[in-house]
Design a protein around this ligand. Structure first.
Ligand code: UD1
Length: 357
């Protein structure tokens, strides 16, 4: 098979790493980076640490409004897809890069395979929800991480081409967890095993709202443990723009640092008492490593983490965040709801069965 894989944002690098490796054992892969994430800490460091091959093409699209960013990618990807005529275009997750690649391939008459298909927050005001719904509806092969994802697709009438393959982030987490154990990340970041919260906030819905971001900052400043907050560039700009820096300066126990690399993130997560996040992927990574999570959103796509008691949805209310973080869940059971860390092989097998000659 000739497969074009399209990535562009941080979580997609983590998902693509094991799939690239498995795919290249017997097939031709052309790797395209849209350039949606471009800073060293948001992109290159993941390629280096995860051993992802250098992209064959980088569209260097950069940041912009959703329409402009997606539109620019659409045009460039269409040209590339028509020229290279792959058997299938492989897309990941729910970013604008996923949407552009999915629509572009479908319009060019090339089949689309979607890794992490079937996820739903049922909140259409999230750009990611719009992206994932649209991409699922143009995909020929829908590679689902969970039973819930398969059921979501069935509820929308999508049953053909649906495969349950497990969660590919678990492949990456398992592969790198040993290496994360041998870093000195905790020492470098000045935190002690089991004593601190790791925090991340990056979603537009959370960090572009002055009121919500202030509420989160105020909640962090009231917590009774150290908080190590790895701040996304979007959030860093907004902390400054909304004048929230002063609250953080007064809270000695809250330390903000730039975005962390994959291996540091895993090490810091494994060592944390709990995770405070609005990220989807990190709610799941917390589950993989049996770290309790407080989600700074009202809903989640990763419903299993909540149903099994490892994750609490606190939204962005200041008191609710403080209450949830002060009473971290620690359930006794931890079933393998995300598979066993072999999703990349299952993805390649499903691609071969559908598109291999
Ligand atoms: C994007 C995805 C989101 C995913 C997240 C992972 C969409 C709609 N959103 O959100 O689903 O969870 O990536 O991190 O696709 N910026 C930099 N340097 C970079 C990249 C971004 O400074 O390398 C800043 C820019 O100011 C930019 C802002 O961050 O405008 C937002 O970046 P963008 O890629 O639009 O969205 P994310 O919030 O990263």
């Amino acid at each position: 098979m000739r497969v074009i894989s399209v990535v562009g944002a941080r979580p997609q690098f983590i998902k693509a790493a094991p799939v690239c490796k498995a795919l290249r054992q017997s097939h031709e892969e052309i790797l395209v980076h849209s350039g949606q994430h471009y800073d060293y800490a948001m992109s290159d460091v993941f390629f280096e640490q995860l051993g992802i091959p250098k992209p064959d093409f980088n569209l260097a699209v950069g940041s912009g409004s959703h329409g402009r960013q997606t539109g620019e990618m659409l045009g460039m990807l269409e040209e590339l897809f028509l020229e290279k005529a792959p058997d299938v275009v492989l897309v990941y997750g729910d970013t604008n890069t996923t949407l552009a690649a999915g629509i572009s391939a479908a319009k060019a008459g090339i089949p689309v395979a979607h890794v992490e298909a079937g996820l739903r927050s049922f909140n259409k005001s999230m750009p990611e929800e719009v992206n994932r719904v649209l991409v699922d509806h143009v995909s020929e092969l829908l590679l689902c991480p969970t039973d819930a994802a398969v059921a979501n697709l069935a509820a929308e009438g999508i049953v053909d081409g649906v495969e349950l393959v497990g969660d590919v982030m678990l492949d990456t987490a398992r592969f790198f967890s040993e290496r994360s154990g041998s870093t000195d990340a905790l020492e470098r970041f000045g935190v002690r095993e089991g004593e601190y919260f790791l925090a991340t906030v990056h979603r537009a819905a959370t960090s572009d709202s002055a009121q919500r971001l202030e509420s989160i900052v105020r909640a962090f400043s009231r917590l009774d443990r150290p908080v190590l907050w790895a701040v996304h560039p979007r959030t860093a700009k907004n902390i400054e723009a909304f004048g929230l820096g002063e609250i953080l300066e007064r809270a000695d126990h809250v330390r903000t640092v730039p975005p962390t690399s994959y291996i540091d993130t895993v090490a810091l997560l494994r060592g944390a008492a709990g995770l405070l996040t609005d990220s989807g992927g990190m709610q799941k990574e917390a589950y993989f490593f049996e770290v309790p999570c407080v989600t700074l959103r009202d809903e989640t796509e990763w419903v299993e983490t909540v149903e099994l008691g490892w994750n609490r949805l606190a939204g962005t209310d200041e008191d609710a965040i403080v209450a949830a973080a002060s009473d971290l869940p620690r359930p006794s059971s931890h079933p393998d709801v995300y598979g066993h860390g072999h999703a990349a092989d299952a993805i390649v097998a499903a691609l071969e069965a559908r598109f291999g000659s």
